[in-house]
Design a binder for this molecule. Structure first.
Ligand SMILES: Cc1ncc(COP(=O)(O)O)c(C=O)c1O
Length: 457
């Protein structure tokens, strides 16, 4: 059969409240044209994020009921630890309430002021946690990874010569660890090849620099390896994942992505002395090492989810549905980051609205229009998120790219929902020449995209 179906049946449903274009005009204006400030009830299709928005399976809900809420040494922790270790293979598995808590503990223990941490591309919380301890976060993705239209099977790869040059320039003593984000969220959800992980490891090994994986979307990354990397097509995704983790010294993970959990994460390492330090810090801010800020039921949901995500029928459908959205809008001329990534499609807003310069926030205009057209919530990843207002001129200093991210929650929307999204994007694209830019009328000094308010120009 050529048709790839959702490999699940729907047992519980959550109604979508329909809204009219007139209603949406009022709702968006009241939210200052910022979709973060909309109520979820006023959104028809929510593509704001794939984080914590997955539909849990019947097995996960059953596991929730088995949750053991004992403060210490719970059965839930035992199941969580065994299941996570089965996938990642590391000696110490430390639960945290989400990914950024694992990052904070890792960098607090491993980094000091003046240190440098390379990554293909740091996710914003990863970068912020590194900078919080006074270290520098350096992005070393390959050149193709920064060019939206360039095709490459592994656009998330690290630029290995650039890593060598960095070690040469700053010295290995100032690099306490190197990270690889799989898939590369800030770089369009693009995968990293197994070969690249091996090469990075070979460069780090003589210097004794540990390699950590930001594993949020490890299963999607490993499925791309199976599809695209020579010699990998016959292997189980689980075996590819085991090899990937075996090349590293530890990992951080937000279980809100590829473990289908609504909350949770973990930190893992083979270094016993480090693990002890990390657990001490965990107790200070997250909780006892056998729950780490989570309820027993959350640990059980993760224990089941991290195995379920390795189901290859699921991964085939997941990649096919993301590619379906990307290919349908791209075939009609909508510029997107190519090839489609694992969890999201990224519209190139500068190509979509060439008459709106970056300082007039073309990504934010598209985000607003998608909501007005069809009640779709997306997010700008560009000048609003990474640029800033020049305090002297009041003009916007643009980010490197202006993208609109359409992130697909896991197991939540069906093909007809995606068809609806395609129709809406094409309708907005058809009237693109009449779409105006936006300006910021109110913003906070930090992470302004969450709360800024906008107006049309
Ligand atoms: C690549 C990457 N790393 C880290 C995080 C942080 O995870 P959390 O939101 O659970 O704190 C995210 C979240 O989106 C992510 O995409």
């Amino acid at each position: 059969m050529k048709t790839i179906i959702e490999p699940f049946k729907i047992k519980a449903v959550e109604p979508i409240r329909m809204t009219t274009p007139d209603e949406r005009q009022g709702l968006l204006a009241a939210a200052g044209y910022n979709p973060f400030l909309l109520r979820s009830d006023d959104v028809l299709i929510d593509l704001l994020t794939d984080s914590g928005t997955s539909a849990m399976s019947a097995e996960q809900w059953a596991a929730v009921m088995r949750g053991d809420e004992s403060y210490a040494g719970s059965r839930s922790f035992e199941r969580f630890e065994a299941s996570v270790r089965d996938v990642v293979g590391f000696t110490h598995i430390i639960p945290t309430h989400q990914g950024r808590a694992a990052e904070r503990i890792l960098f607090s223990c491993m980094c000091a002021k003046g240190d440098v941490v390379p990554n293909n591309t740091h996710f914003d919380t990863t970068r912020a946690n590194i900078e919080h301890v006074g270290a520098e976060a350096v992005d070393l993705v390959i050149t193709e990874g920064t060019q939206p239209a360039t095709l490459h099977p592994f656009k998330g790869n690290m630029d290995v010569p650039a890593l060598e040059a960095l070690i040469e320039r700053v010295g290995a003593a100032r690099i306490p660890l190197c990270m690889l984000t799989v898939t590369n969220n800030s770089g369009g959800g693009q995968p990293v090849s197994l070969q690249n992980v091996r090469e990075v490891r070979e460069v780090l090994r003589p210097h004794g620099i540990p390699l950590y994986i930001d594993a949020c979307r490890f299963a999607e990354n490993c499925y791309f390896i199976k599809l695209r990397e020579p010699g990998q097509s016959h292997r189980r995704v689980k075996d590819i994942a085991r090899e990937l983790f075996s090349l590293a010294d530890g990992c951080t993970m937000s279980a809100k992505k590829d473990a289908f959990a609504n909350i949770g994460g973990f930190l893992a390492t083979n270094d016993s002395a480090l693990a002890r330090q990390e657990r001490d810090l965990l107790i200070l801010t997250e909780g006892f090492p056998t729950y780490g800020g989570l309820a027993g039921r959350d640990l059980d949901a993760i224990a089941v989810g991290i195995q379920e995500v390795l189901d290859e029928d699921y991964l085939r459908y997941r990649m096919a549905s993301t590619a379906y959205l990307g290919e349908h809008i791209s075939a009609a001329g909508v510029p997107i980051v190519l090839p489609p990534g694992g969890h999201a499609i990224y519209i190139d807003a500068r190509g979509f609205l060439p008459h709106v310069p970056p300082e007039e926030l073309p990504g934010q205009s598209i985000v607003a229009e998608l909501y007005l057209e069809a009640g779709i919530r997306s997010v700008e990843i560009g000048t609003v998120m990474f640029g800033r207002t020049d305090p002297n001129t009041g003009r916007e200093i643009p980010g490197a790219m202006d993208l609109v991210r359409l992130a697909l929650p896991r197991r939540v929307y069906t093909q007809s929902h995606v068809d609806y999204v395609v129709e809406a994007i094409l309708a907005v694209f058809a009237r693109r020449s009449s779409i105006r830019g936006m300006r910021i009328v109110e913003q906070s000094p930090h992470l302004r995209h969450f709360s800024a308010r906008f107006a049309w120009r």
